[in-house]
Design a protein around this ligand. Structure first.
Ligand code: SF4
Ligand code: SF4
Length: 361
């Protein structure tokens, strides 16, 4: 199972879409007993530990203690990248995946996340590669109104110095209780976004025709199921096989809604992993949706809360349906490329473990 460990609720940034608002009632730093966590996770035969925050590296001491004490199948981390150079080599090289928050080039990243952020990320990527990090390096974008999906993903895929293996994005939608807080014109933006997705799918295919499979996570994750006629469950696995452990030791379905009642499923002191396994399930409208088998419900939090109402929820679903539609269109072309040996089918199989990319943006 995948366990997000919230090491701290503090962050050194003040990003546009998050606004650095830690929950006032939760301990700033994790205050559970490490022995208790070890005992809890020892009951999961294949744990993956995903360090999360706040900015998880602000509690580097705890990360080191956990990695000293607990032998996870995979360690992953979602970080803003600022302190990556502080991660000692012996720990750094044990990470299977590092996800760095970045939105595109210097202009858009610094505008969203703060001046100097882009350059610092670039410098720190150089440092971790120099120190021997060989795992999967993922650009994790928050896509908001200033984003141009084709331009920004293209940039992150092709900037050699950054050298990302994969690019993933999540739309900045359905989080706020006030409708469209950060959006001036969502409807027009969605039209442009969908056009950008079409362009990106075509670019993805063109590169495959040259024998290169670009690491576009939402495409890879969905396309594998299209190719194999497979049905998916919620790709992020929140509430199924993926959970978060809050700084107070309470277990929630994922790190983002720490205070919602539906999200709280137990705690590491009184529960076992099997108590929470498959405990919170996606509901309608997803179960009766025509693309449910490939979407899986997109986001458990959005499905349960519908903070933008049915109409806002449906608008976002329009982007999912468009992405799936465009990927289905290229299936015959990709099958031919596989048949002709231009690409290998197995190279489209990604991710092989829950690396905290939610697949559906
Ligand atoms: S497209 Fe929307 S309604 Fe359909 S399964 Fe996905 S999230 Fe649910
Ligand atoms: S997609 Fe939604 S439910 Fe899944 S991890 Fe992200 S916020 Fe949580």
């Amino acid at each position: 199972m995948n366990w997000f460990l919230v090491t701290t609720n503090r962050c050194n940034f003040y990003c546009q879409y998050c606004q650095n608002e830690p929950h006032p009632d939760l301990p700033v730093n994790a205050n559970w007993d490490l022995k208790q966590l070890k005992e809890f996770l020892s009951q999961d035969p294949n744990p993956t530990i995903a360090f999360y925050g706040g900015e998880p590296l602000l509690n580097l001491k705890l990360i080191k203690e956990v990695m000293n004490e607990i032998d996870a199948e995979h360690y992953t981390i979602q970080t803003n990248g600022w302190f990556l150079d502080k991660l000692p080599t012996e720990y750094l090289v044990r990470f299977s995946t590092i996800l760095i928050s970045i939105d595109g080039d210097k202009d858009i990243t610094d505008a969203n996340r703060g001046k100097g952020v882009f350059d610092k990320i670039k410098e720190n990527i150089g440092i971790i590669k120099e120190k021997g990090f060989k795992g999967d390096l993922i650009a994790r974008m928050a896509v908001s109104e200033s984003a141009d999906i084709f331009r920004d993903v293209y940039f992150l895929l092709n900037d050699r110095e950054l050298g990302f293996d994969h690019v993933h994005w999540q739309l900045d939608v359905l989080w706020d209780d006030i409708d469209h807080t950060r959006w001036q014109n969502l409807d027009d933006w969605i039209i442009n976004y969908n056009n950008g997705i079409t362009k990106l799918v075509n670019y993805w295919l063109e590169e495959m025709q040259k024998g290169k499979i670009l690491g576009i996570v939402p495409f890879l994750g969905v396309f594998w199921n299209i190719l194999n006629n497979k049905k998916t469950t919620l790709p992020c696995q929140a509430g199924l096989t993926s959970f978060a452990i809050r700084t107070d030791g309470v277990i929630t379905v994922c790190p983002l809604p720490p205070e919602y009642e539906f999200s709280v499923v137990g705690n590491i002191k009184d529960n076992k992993p099997t108590d929470v396994f498959n405990s919170v399930l996606i509901e309608d409208p997803c179960l009766t949706c025509e693309v449910y088998d490939l979407c899986g419900g997109r986001c458990l939090f959005a499905n349960k809360t519908k903070l933008w109402g049915e109409e806002g929820f449906a608008k976002v679903c329009g982007t999912v349906k468009h992405l799936i539609f465009e990927l289905k269109k290229i299936k015959p072309d990709v099958e031919k490329l596989i048949e002709n040996g231009i690409i290998r089918k197995e190279d489209l199989n990604y991710p092989k473990y829950n690396n905290t990319t939610e697949i559906i943006p």
